[in-house]
Write a protein that binds this ligand. Structure first.
Ligand code: ADP
Length: 378
C-alpha cells in the first residue's frame, strides 16, 4: 500500500541545539522516533529524545551514531561528511545529501557553484592567504573565510590598506561590498518526488555589531516582482543542487533592485522560526516531511509576524533568568520560545519570540517592546 505511512523508523539528527529541539517538537505530531548526537551533554535536545554525547566532526562517532538510524539529518553543517557518505553508501537515507553539505561547508565552493550555474551573486575572487588579499583588494571589499566562519566570525569588511593587517590568512575569498537595501531570506523545500515548495520571503534586520539577526519581518516589505525573483532563485538553487530537505537562501536586494544570493544553509534556519505560528506549515514540519518522503505542506502566511532573537544580555554570565517574561506574555500575539539552555553568556542565543499582528505598525511596536523588555540576565 503506497499510501500507508510507516512511522517505524529512527531519525537521527547531528546536532542537538535549538533547531534540533524544534524539529523534535514538530516530529512528535508524526510519532517520529528521534535520536540525537551532540558534543555537549547539556545541549537543548539532551532531555527530549534518545541522546548520545559525541563529536559531530569525528568519523567513527558519526558512523556509530548513523548505523542505528534509518534517516539521518543535520541541524548544523560542521559535521563529518565522509562518514555521512559512507552511511549513504550503506543505504541509509542521508538528507540533505553529504555532497550538498560539503558544498555549503566551504564558501569558496558555494560561490563557485553560483557562478557556474548562473545564480546571481556578488562578484568575487578566491584568495589563498593574506598576500593574495593585499594583492587583489579594491577597497571597500568583503573578506570571507572559506571554512568554519559562523555567525559573522569569518566575515569582515576591508575599508582600506590599514585593514589588510587583519585579512584572513587562510583559503577564503574577496567579494564586492554589496550596496543593499535589504537582506531577505526564502526557505525552500524539496522531497524525493521532486515536489518543491517555498515560503514567502522574510526580511532580516541585523545588529550593527554582532552580525546576528536582530529582528525579522514577514512578509518582507518588497515589491511583488522582487519577491517573485527571489522565489525563483531559491527554487533554482535547490533544483540545481538536486537537494532533498530544507534550504534557507539568504539574499541581498540592492539599491538598483538586483537580487543577489549571499549564502545558503541546508537545514531549518533562524529566518524561519516565525513559521511555527505564522505559516500554514512550519519550516520544521516541512523539513521532516521532505526527508521522510512525505508530501510537502502549504506555506501560506497566516498573519504578518516579527521574530526577535533572545540573546544573552551583555554583562551577564551564569544561570539564566528571564526578566520581563510576564510583561511580554501579556501582549496579544506574543509567543516566547526558550531553548532550554541553563547558562547564559553575552549574545548567546537563548530563545526567540514570535509576534503576530495584522497591523504592520503595531507589529513593529510590539517587536520593539519585546526587545526592550525581555532580557536574559544571570
Ligand atoms: P555568516 O556565514 O557568518 O552568517 P555572511 O556571509 O552571512 O556570514 O555575512 C554576515 C553578514 O555580513 C551578512 O548578513 C551581511 O550583513 C554582511 N555581508 C556579507 N557579505 C556581504 C557583502 N558582499 N556586501 C555587504 N555586506 C555583506
Amino acid at each position: 500500500m503506497t499510501n500507508t505511512f510507516n512511522q517505524d523508523f529512527k531519525l537521527g539528527i547531528l546536532g542537538g541545539g535549538q533547531l534540533g529541539r524544534m524539529l523534535i517538537q514538530s516530529g512528535i505530531d508524526f510519532n517520529f522516533n528521534f535520536t540525537i548526537l551532540d558534543p555537549d551533554k547539556n545541549a537543548p535536545c539532551s532531555t527530549l529524545a534518545e541522546f548520545s554525547e559525541g563529536k559531530l566532526t569525528d568519523f567513527d562517532t558519526v558512523m556509530k551514531f548513523g548505523s542505528q538510524c534509518d534517516v539521518i539529518t543535520i541541524e548544523i553543517e560542521n559535521v563529518n561528511t565522509s562518514a555521512l557518505r559512507e552511511l549513504a553508501r550503506m543505504g541509509k537515507r542521508v538528507f540533505p545529501q553529504p555532497e550538498v553539505i560539503e558544498l555549503i561547508q566551504d564558501k569558496r565552493v558555494q560561490k563557485t557553484f553560483y557562478k557556474n550555474n548562473g545564480i546571481p551573486t556578488a562578484a568575487f575572487v578566491l584568495t589563498e592567504n593574506k598576500e593574495d588579499v593585499a594583492r587583489l583588494a579594491k577597497f571597500p571589499m568583503v573578506n570571507k573565510l572559506g571554512k568554519e566562519g559562523y555567525d559573522g566570525r569569518g566575515v569582515q569588511i576591508l575599508r582600506g590598506k590599514e585593514d589588510l593587517a587583519n585579512a584572513f590568512d587562510k583559503p577564503g575569498l574577496l567579494e564586492e561590498l554589496v550596496p543593499f537595501d535589504k537582506e531577505i531570506s526564502v526557505i525552500v523545500a524539496r522531497n524525493e518526488n521532486g515536489q518543491v515548495e517555498t515560503f514567502p520571503p522574510v526580511e532580516m534586520v541585523f545588529h550593527p555589531e554582532q552580525n546576528l539577526v536582530e529582528y525579522l519581518f514577514a512578509p518582507a516589505q518588497i515589491s511583488a516582482e522582487i519577491a517573485q525573483r527571489a522565489d525563483r532563485i531559491a527554487r533554482d538553487i535547490i533544483e540545481k543542487l538536486n537537494m532533498i530537505g530544507l534550504l534557507a537562501v539568504e539574499m541581498f536586494v540592492t539599491h538598483s533592485g538586483e537580487v543577489l544570493v549571499n549564502e545558503i544553509a541546508p537545514r531549518p534556519h533562524n529566518s524561519g522560526h516565525q513559521t511555527i505560528e505564522a505559516n500554514v506549515t512550519s519550516q520544521y514540519e516541512q523539513h521532516l516531511r521532505a526527508i521522510a518522503g512525505l508530501p510537502l505542506g502549504k506555506t501560506d502566511l497566516i498573519m504578518p509576524s516579527a521574530m526577535v532573537n533572545l540573546l544573552g544580555e551583555p554583562g551577564y554570565s551564569g544561570t539564566a533568568r528571564y526578566a520581563g517574561f510576564e510583561d511580554v506574555l501579556s501582549v496579544k500575539g506574543v509567543h516566547v520560545h526558550l531553548y532550554g539552555k541553563k547558562q547564559t553568556k553575552p549574545f548567546r542565543k537563548m530563545g526567540h519570540v514570535t509576534i503576530l499582528d495584522e497591523d504592520i505598525d503595531s507589529l513593529k511596536k510590539k517587536a520593539n517592546f519585546v526587545k526592550q523588555t525581555l532580557k536574559v540576565i544571570a
